[in-house]
Design a protein around this ligand. Structure first.
Ligand SMILES: N[C@@H](CCC(=O)N[C@@H](CS)C(=O)NCC(=O)O)C(=O)O
Length: 196
């Protein structure tokens, strides 16, 4: 498997999931401005959507979109996502929430022409969404209970960005973030992306 990534981008969630799952993989860095891979290829030829992440499977197929890639990783390793029943739908519910209600609300911070008003609105919306996640955590070790899941890998990156852009976080998420940051898979991933 080969993960196409940009340091500190949302592809870090997939990188963490691969390391947490102990799946051997290669990583190819992508320059998102030039749309070039570090080995000199046009990234649009890999992922016509032009963004990371993309996962190249062993048979050469390219899988895109964080949620699909995270589920693929979980199902490849046979853990990190409930296999069936309501727990599975709760996990998918959480992945969708992270993708559409957290991830997408960072848009203003990555848009060089976003106004201060747009950034203020993003701060307020994200703080509200994180307050909800903090309540959901409800004293649990991980987002879905006692076991780590791919939703935790994705949430960790959203929290990393929250720290970067000074988004208000509830105390439960601050301590969750500190706990997560000490996990070997996360330390390793941050180091491999040159972020530690
Ligand atoms: N819907 C995509 C969004 C991925 C995304 O937003 N990628 C960002 C980095 S976090 C990116 O590559 N942006 C550069 C661009 O859109 O050209 C997913 O969930 O995988």
């Amino acid at each position: 498997m080969k993960l196409y990534f940009a340091p500190g981008a949302c592809s870090l969630a997939d990188h963490i999931a691969l390391n947490e799952a102990e799946i051997a993989h290669d990583r190819i860095k992508v320059d998102l401005k030039a749309h070039q891979t570090e080995d000199g290829r046009d990234y649009y030829a890999v992922n016509p959507k032009g963004y990371v992440p993309a996962l190249e499977l062993d048979d050469g197929q390219i899988l895109t979109e964080n949620i699909a890639i995270l589920i693929y990783i979980a199902e490849t390793v046979g853990r990190m996502l409930p296999a069936r029943g309501i727990e599975r739908y709760r996990a998918l519910e959480m992945l969708a929430f992270i993708s559409t209600e957290l991830h997408k609300n960072y848009k203003a911070f990555y848009n060089p022409v976003a106004s201060d008003a747009e950034k203020d609105e993003a701060h307020a919306t994200l703080a509200k969404r994180f307050a909800f996640v903090g309540e959901k955590l409800n004293g649990n070790r991980f987002l879905l209970g006692d076991l780590i899941s791919v939703a935790d890998c994705y949430l960790f990156v959203m929290l990393l960005w929250a720290r970067k852009f000074e988004v208000e976080l509830p105390p439960s998420l601050l301590s969750y973030f500190d706990r997560m940051r000490d996990r070997p898979s996360i330390l390793k991933s941050l180091k491999e992306e040159g972020l530690s």
